[in-house]
Design a protein. Sequence first.
Length: 432
Amino acid sequence: MSEASSDNCSGGAGTGDGGGYQRWDRHLQSPEANANQEIWRTYFGGLYRANIYLENEKFVNWTGKETLQKQYLAEVRFLRAYFHYYLTQVFGEIPIIDHPLAPGEIPARSSAEDLYKFIIEDLKYCALNGLSAPYGQMEAANWARATKWAAEALLARIYLFYSGYYNDATIGDFTIDSARYYIDDVINNSGHDLVPEFASLWKVPSISELGDLSQYAGEVNPEVVWSIRFESTGNPSQWLQRMIGPRHTNIDPYGQGWGAIPVLPTLWNKYNNEDKRKTATILSWDDEGIVYNYVAQQQAQYTGYNAKKYDIVSIGGQTEVSDWQKDCSEDFIIIRFADVLLMGAELHLLTGDNSGAVSYFNRVRTRAFGNDSHNLSSVTIDDIMNERQLELACEGLRYWDILRSCKGDFSKLVSILTYVDESDGGDFSQTA
């Protein structure tokens, strides 16, 4: 939904699906009263479970296992912070939920400052007490747990969103220097790093750009700071994978989906042709010489472009998974080291360290082009925001970057999010 809301993608899906994704694209209210019910129920349910644990962990005998007790507390408080942050991005200033609510208990909304201060304290606890082994030294069984490094990266992301969206430079005693301290710790001490090839981070780009699936970096790789893990079969919760593929069409290596978030031509055209991220991120039907009968497949808002990241692999005209509606083939990356570097560049630039900003920025840029010929000698905020769009496209971050870039003046959204293409009725409203 955040990609459909951004300037990266249309809503898409099917012409007979009721138009919900197209409404998201236009920021219109969906007619169903429960349109956002799953988000509300899932994440408030997560808050409930986190608070149940925090209320009852004192009944466990932790004698001799005090370190483990702190680790579990750190992980639960990280998740509680993440759930609060996700909900407040979607719904605005929600109540702070710091205990299991009794039946009928409806707390009042919290102020943004109080809510974010609460989130930050949970994350600071995880940064202090969470697993801190650098990548490469962490036990395999602990992969994707909430670590010190994930908490520190999320602290920086939350600060940048809050300070931009609310146009307020401080959250209690948490300042830009605090955020810079935490992001530098991740960059310098976590052991996380960029993988050599951008396309290798996802299965389909590994095949389309690098030749075959053996080039896939895997779900466990140094660039993944924190991901949501999925069982491989029978788990319909990885909605992105089932939604984004070409609608009802397997064309190797592009596995079928429901046709959500077709990419806009403006994003395709924004990439330099020498930028390897362009074709690793976006499927251009014409440029790859593939014929897709979007009318027969009832594809809404056909743009000529589809997202590649997280698409399900098709091999021999069949999806890699046995049931593309339910089975998952990839974890979903929430925090990637490239994002960490670009947050670091932004925080260093905002605190007057242009050389540090350039260093972090160009690490991302060098991988994108395979050399340093497109590196910059100085950077601006616009450079960093543009690079974030190109690097992180179709990963669910762009819309929140747009909101925070407004610095509280949301009249800017009209020019940023208005898309007009006269060849398609003005806004990819209907193409079948």
